[in-house]
Design a protein around this ligand. Structure first.
Ligand SMILES: Nc1ncnc2c1ncn2[C@@H]1O[C@H](COP(=O)(O)OP(=O)(O)OP(=O)(O)O)[C@@H](O)[C@H]1O
Length: 303
């Protein structure tokens, strides 16, 4: 539930998309040097949707995830998650947000779990911080671990589990306080393809069964090609999206239709993909024409 304090004013949470970013800017300053990690990023994710976020190194993916996780703050722009205004969080509000609204799974399996605690203790820890009784915590931890297929690992320490098992336990930890949004930063980055598929399946299951909104940052095509929407970030902005529809191919497999869209920001800016620019030698200036049902764009013939 979003709080009703002035620090994080409640929107009508159920009517809004789970995640709304509008013109988000994040500037890192080191002395006289400024790095614009996000440069007016727009993004909207519906409740219960699972999306992948892709983009080249340095595009701003992790910065976006840190802001959504409440561990970093935007320099400008609007970020709302499940009705929480992340630009206006008080210190106490931030703690409540991070504890109860978002769950986070990271790439490094070793960073997701406390090394000297068993799987069961790791999963019980977030609930303990939230004040849930020990008995309820134990029952819930066991249920979550069972559901994620690692019930038999309950008494094991992280180093006694495989990478895939550790990521399943990490997912259980992230789900322990019943978040409405799950953020995963390269969750399959350290896993082989088969195990990556299993983790992806587990993410999809929690999204579908629990209505949890899932945002996965990934370089892994296994992940990005299997979700219905992949958002590409370039130079701190959303540049394009691929929408996919999956249907049964009648032979036990699935048929995928994918369509790529360029994303237009509020000022009407569209990024033309590099391969298009290179193919037609589009450089500084292009010719535009408004047609009845589309816009045409040509290389500048004046050069
Ligand atoms: N704490 C920081 N201080 C200064 N610059 C930063 C900081 N964090 C990120 N940046 C810079 O912001 C830009 C975006 O970084 P970010 O880590 O969000 O990119 P990314 O898309 O996640 O990259 P990768 O795929 O390599 O993880 C980069 O130029 C990066 O160097």
């Amino acid at each position: 539930m979003p709080p009703s304090t002035a620090a994080a004013p409640a929107l009508a949470a159920t009517e809004k998309p789970a995640v709304v970013c509008e013109s988000v800017v994040r500037i890192h300053r080191h002395g006289s040097i400024e790095v614009q990690a996000l440069q007016g990023l727009d993004l909207s994710v519906e409740r219960g949707e699972m999306i992948a976020v892709v983009g080249p190194s340095g595009a701003g993916k992790s910065t976006l995830l840190s802001i959504l996780a409440g561990s970093d703050a935007p320099s400008a722009g609007r970020v709302h998650v499940d009705g929480w205004d992340l630009g206006a969080l008080s210190t106490a509000g931030r703690v409540r947000y991070r504890r109860g609204v978002v769950g986070v799974v990271r790439q490094q399996t070793s960073r997701n779990l406390v090394a000297h605690l068993t799987a069961e203790e790791n999963v019980a820890m977030p609930a303990a911080l939230g004040g849930t009784s020990r008995k309820v915590r134990r029952t819930r931890s066991a249920e979550l671990l069972d559901r994620l297929g690692v019930g038999d690992c309950a008494r094991r320490l992280p180093h006694e589990m495989s990478g895939g098992q550790q990521q399943r336990v990490a997912l259980a930890v992230a789900l322990a306080n019943g978040p409405s949004v799950l953020l995963a930063d390269e969750p399959t980055g350290e896993l082989d393809t088969t195990t990556a598929h299993e983790i992806l399946g587990a993410l999809r299951t929690v999204s579908r069964e629990d209505g949890i909104t899932v945002v996965v940052v990934t370089h892994d095509a296994t992940v990005s090609d299997s979700v219905e929407r992949t958002v590409a970030i370039r130079d701190g902005r959303t540049s394009s999206e691929v929408l996919r529809t999956f249907s049964d191919d009648g032979a036990g497999g699935s048929h995928v239709v994918a369509q790529e869209y360029a994303v237009m920001d509020r000022a009407g800016r569209v990024q033309i993909p590099r391969e298009y620019r290179e193919a037609l030698e589009l450089t500084r200036r292009v010719r535009l024409a408004l047609e009845a049902d589309h816009v045409s764009l040509w290389p500048d013939g004046e050069r």
